[in-house]
Design a protein around this ligand. Sequence first.
Ligand SMILES: [Zn+2]
Ligand SMILES: [Zn+2]
Ligand SMILES: [Zn+2]
Length: 342
Amino acid sequence: MQSFHCLGCGQAAYLRNDWCARCQAPLGFSPEHWAFMPLEAAQAEGLRPCAHRATGLCNWLVSADDTHEHCISCRMTECLPALGRTEVDRPVYRLELAKRRLLLSLRELGLPALPGETRQPLRFAFLEDLPDQPAVITGHAQGLITVNIKEGDPRQRLDEQLAMGEPQRTLLGHLRHESGHFYWDEWIGADAGWQTRFRELFGDEQLDYAQALAEHHAHPRPWDPLRPEGAISRYALAHPWEDWAETWAHYLLMVDALSETALGEDQDEALRTTQASKLAGHLVRDTELNDLVNTWLQRARDGNALNRALGLPDAYPFVIDEGVRAKLGFVHELVREQACAR
Ligand SMILES: [Zn+2]
Ligand SMILES: [Zn+2]
Ligand SMILES: [Zn+2]
């Protein structure tokens, strides 16, 4: 994900910013202009804040003559719990922020995601467990990504992390993973050629899915992160679809991190931003998978060294073996084809 700056004064602006730390202007993000704009300047450009700005949930802008009161991102969320309670608002805010990051990184890659761009519309439901109702299960079905908002509470997520043996469990990770199921339906399930190649690498997805997941949870197969044997995570062993979704999420993680960090520190801010917006596209179009992975592993080693010096666990505790590399290569080729098709 590229970095942004305030169009008013050039100060760095991050996805969560709704005001500028230097010029103090209230800021909104315009997906059309791909920039953070002071609200006054945005108004002059015919833009207004998303209606969710009033609830603190969103800092995006929308065209003043749009009939929809919400921005393009918020209108993709079909269901939210009733707001106005801190125990609900905070987790929902974190989920919406992670969702906006996912949408921007997909756009940077040139991939379809927004309303009107995909065969099935991509939608989100962020739901809470309610008394006398079935538990909310995080997952994807027919374009709808559902996430239980308890994932947005760091303490509850830590419990799940420990219980499921998934140290990298994050909101962004969940959303990337579920978007993988969405794109499987869009691109692989709908194309006999890609489906055949998929089965050669990931296995036959016609295997009973519910049974495979039940089996995985009851008797998880042994998995050693230092010898992954072609599976990027333990959960990837559950079913070919999960293997795909985990690999897809990992590919997004690499490209996202590389496009944010791959620029020289000596470049000035404007140049960095212009170049960064082209960088994700460049990583996909002009970079071979092996070069991409090797560059990424160098960066990851730096991140791990920093964490070890701080006495923290490795930021990137993964090994990419030949099997995982082949699967990432499949994702790379597919992303190239889909990005170029637009
Ligand atoms: Zn500013
Ligand atoms: Zn919004
Ligand atoms: Zn999944």
